[in-house]
Design a protein around this ligand. Structure first.
Ligand SMILES: Nc1ncnc2c1ncn2[C@@H]1O[C@H](COP(=O)(O)OP(=O)(O)OP(=O)(O)O)[C@@H](O)[C@H]1O
Length: 263
């Protein structure tokens, strides 16, 4: 069986006010696979994702990254964990006062990488996400949204993480740029063999990028399956999600491709 890079074991999280946000979630992400977290707004996707890098501490259960319990980690161990766990968010989190080269190189600086080597690695990272080397001297505000997302991804990958967390990374992009990003990302994730957990509201994105798909409702997992099983799934929650988010779906050869209302 493939190694389990990330494992949630009976993870619950109750916010200080008593609001139960995650309920006994048990999931496993095998090394090198991509798992998409789907679910309506407020279902707990981001909270679950942030439990992997220790930004959220479960009130019960354990989150294991490569077999190590994140909750048991102290300051130093957490810093080292986060170095191995890339984090990409919709707002990119790029530092506005730093050029792309510095933004991308920041994890290398922190790791004490030699300056010349870091500069070469930055260019390598930009090439990896298909950004021209001339972008290295630009500031984030001198880039388009799609270029900023590529830079955010380059920064996350620079530290060679074994786990990559992506929280609606392309949510703010226009459909064409979003599709370009997905096309770039899919082979890249496979090539790097990074274990990815992706939060998305976009079913097509989940089906295109992920090996496994998990559906959350009110903090509980209500469906979990291989991506290629989703459209034909007999799981009522998954069926309802697919129906509610789909207006056009090619149902095979000769499909009319016309717009239809969700059931
Ligand atoms: N630290 C916290 N304290 C209190 N409530 C919280 C906290 N973090 C999240 N919540 C609440 O937990 C619920 C789940 O939030 P979360 O951001 O995980 O959902 P989500 O599925 O990612 O939503 P979206 O798709 O809109 O980003 C929401 O009701 C949110 O208001």
């Amino acid at each position: 069986m493939a190694a389990r890079e990330v494992e949630f074991a009976q993870v619950s999280f109750t916010a200080p006010g008593g609001h139960c946000i995650l309920r006994e979630i048990s999931l496993r992400a095998a090394a090198g696979t991509t798992t998409a977290l789907l679910g309506r707004s407020g279902s707990g996707k981001t909270t679950l994702l942030r439990a992997v890098n220790g930004l959220v501490r479960p009130t019960a259960g354990r989150v294991l990254v490569r077999g190590r319990d994140v909750a048991a980690m102290d300051g130093k161990a957490l810093v080292s964990l986060r170095r191995g766990v890339g984090y990409v968010i919709q707002e990119t989190g790029l530092f506005p006062h730093m050029t792309l080269a510095r933004n991308v190189g920041i994890s290398l600086d922190l790791a004490g990488t030699d300056k010349g080597e870091a500069a070469a690695l930055c260019l390598e990272m930009l090439a990896l996400v298909e950004l021209d080397a001339s972008m290295a001297t630009r500031y984030p505000w001198q880039l388009s949204g799609g270029q900023r997302q590529r830079a955010g991804l380059a920064r996350a990958l620079a530290a060679e993480p074994s786990v990559l967390l992506m929280d609606e990374p392309f949510g703010a992009l226009d459909p064409i740029t979003r599709a370009e990003m997905q096309t770039m990302l899919r082979p890249l994730l496979k090539r790097l063999g990074v274990t990815t957990i992706l939060v998305t509201h976009d079913l097509d994105e989940a089906l295109y990028l992920a090996d496994r798909v998990v559906l959350l409702e009110q903090g509980s997992v209500v469906a979990e399956m291989a991506a290629d099983e989703v459209l034909a799934s007999a799981n009522p929650a998954m069926q309802a999600y697919v129906a509610a988010t789909t207006r056009v779906r090619d149902t095979g050869p000769g499909a009319p491709g016309i717009l239809r209302e969700p059931a």
